[in-house]
Design a protein around this ligand. Structure first.
Ligand SMILES: [Zn+2]
Length: 118
C-alpha cells in the first residue's frame, strides 16, 4: 500500500504555512482581493465568504515549480481561480472599470490596440 502523501509533498507544507503567516502579518485590512475586488480582512467573519484568507500563487504554474505563495485571496476566490494562471477575476476588472472585451486572455493583461495599428 502506497504511503499517503504529506502536506509538504502536496505543496502545502511548512513553507506554504510560513508564506501565509507572512502574508497575513503584512496584510492591511480592507485591501481589495485581486480576484473579486472586494475587501479582504484577517478576521474571517468580515469577509464576504466568512472564511479565512488563503495564500495564493499568482501564477499557478509557479506553484508547481516550487514557487512561494505571493498574495492573499478570499478562500472562495482561490477556489474559483482554481489552477489557472489568470491574475485577476471578473470582479476585479469590474472594480477597475475594465471591460472583459478589452482583455488579452488568458494573461488578463489590457493591451493598447493603438500600439498594434502603427
Ligand atoms: Zn475575493
Amino acid at each position: 500500500m502506497a504511503p499517503r502523501k504529506s502536506t509538504t509533498e502536496r505543496g502545502y507544507g511548512y513553507d506554504h504555512q510560513k508564506d501565509r503567516e507572512y502574508l497575513i502579518y503584512n496584510h492591511a485590512d480592507g485591501t481589495p482581493c485581486d480576484w473579486c475586488g472586494q475587501p479582504m480582512y484577517v478576521e474571517p467573519a468580515k469577509n464576504f465568504d466568512h472564511k479565512p484568507l488563503h495564500a495564493d500563487h499568482t501564477k499557478a504554474s509557479e506553484k508547481a515549480a516550487g514557487g512561494r505563495a505571493d498574495r492573499l485571496l478570499h478562500e472562495l476566490c482561490n477556489k474559483r481561480k482554481g489552477h489557472s494562471d489568470e491574475e485577476h477575476g471578473p470582479g476585479w476588472y469590474a472594480l477597475h472599470g475594465i471591460e472583459g472585451a478589452d482583455l488579452d486572455w488568458p494573461g488578463g493583461q489590457v493591451i493598447d490596440l493603438s500600439q498594434c495599428l502603427t
